[in-house]
Design a protein around this ligand. Sequence first.
Ligand code: V47
Length: 367
Amino acid sequence: MLLETTTVNPKLADIVDKVHSGVRLDRGEGIRLYESTDLLTIGRLGNFLREKMHGKNAYFNVNRHIEPTNVCVLKCGLCAFAKNIRSSEAYAFSLEEIFHRGEEAAVQGATELHIVGGLHPGLPFQFYLDMLKGLKQRLPQVHLKAFTAVEIDFFAELDHLSIEETLTRLKEAGLDSMPGGGAEIFADRVRDVICKGKISGQRWLDIVRIAHRMGLHSNATMLYGHVETYEERVDHMIALRDLQDETGGFKTFIPLAFHSANTPLDYLPETSGFDDLKNIAISRLILDNFPHIKSYWIMVGAKIAQMSLLFGADDIDGTVVEEKITHAAGAQTPQAMSRSDLVRMIRAAGYVPVERDTLYQNLVPVD
Ligand code: V47
């Protein structure tokens, strides 16, 4: 349903007109949306685009996260998950433990394994290749969405390989696509505070560009609610939009709400529901070339994720089962959601639950 421009906030009327006419928003307009507190106008506009693209469909999947290790050579200010190799809380799953988790997930109907972990200084690249090979051999029907650009960069350095060669070996071993983590906020100023030592925003984009050119799809994230400005959020999204224009390789954008507990940034308050919803709507509006916007219930909570469906999100992620990264930083959500909980949540918001696979190729409306 179109918004009546005569009755909407006059400060946003030109943006409303542009969105209705299918004209792309520019940087200044993105910043103006963030500066506005007219959440309902922004949300209805986000929903206008979301329903134009997906009607009443709301997507979810049955998946499982596996975090093979929390040992990491980095010491990011944003992270409560990473541990030094000598820490009593450090862990690294064996291949057998990883295969067991994968097999358990498949029995529970998972179509995807989401695999992301720390940069462990003692595990060789071959360990990750054996992991993918072993999982693919046991579970050929399960999509392996694994390793962020940060991990790909680390593997390449470990074995003195180019990014292309690293990705080729991962693909041969069974890698199907890449998750969107590690993007944080691309601005160097912010990365110096929240993830000093991690690859730069430019390097993240370069690695993802190579992956897309090699035929791999990926997601993209933006970590918000710490020290970033509205300008830096918009610049982050525009860099992603530009890359998507070039490659078309992104499937889903996922704004991630920062959790500060047990991190050096623990003085920062948690994000507000207002900001969570606004980020969903604005990302739908700016990222007009991203097919999907995901509200990740683990981070924003089930209630905000449900509301997000009316503000521009068309996806609420999956069953997850085991999540350590956000829970180490104080997330109050459960670690798992059943398929029927996800379905109920979507229906209660007036949308049609559609179970998807990772790349949205097989879409099954739930009876
Ligand atoms: O890259 C780390 C973020 C990401 C914290 O692609 C934190 O489908 C909040 O990328 N508070 C990993 N966030 C999660 C991720 C993801 C999740 C779900 C689906 C997909 C997908 C990707 O979590 C990290 C980092 O940006 N993170 N620490 C924290 N304290």
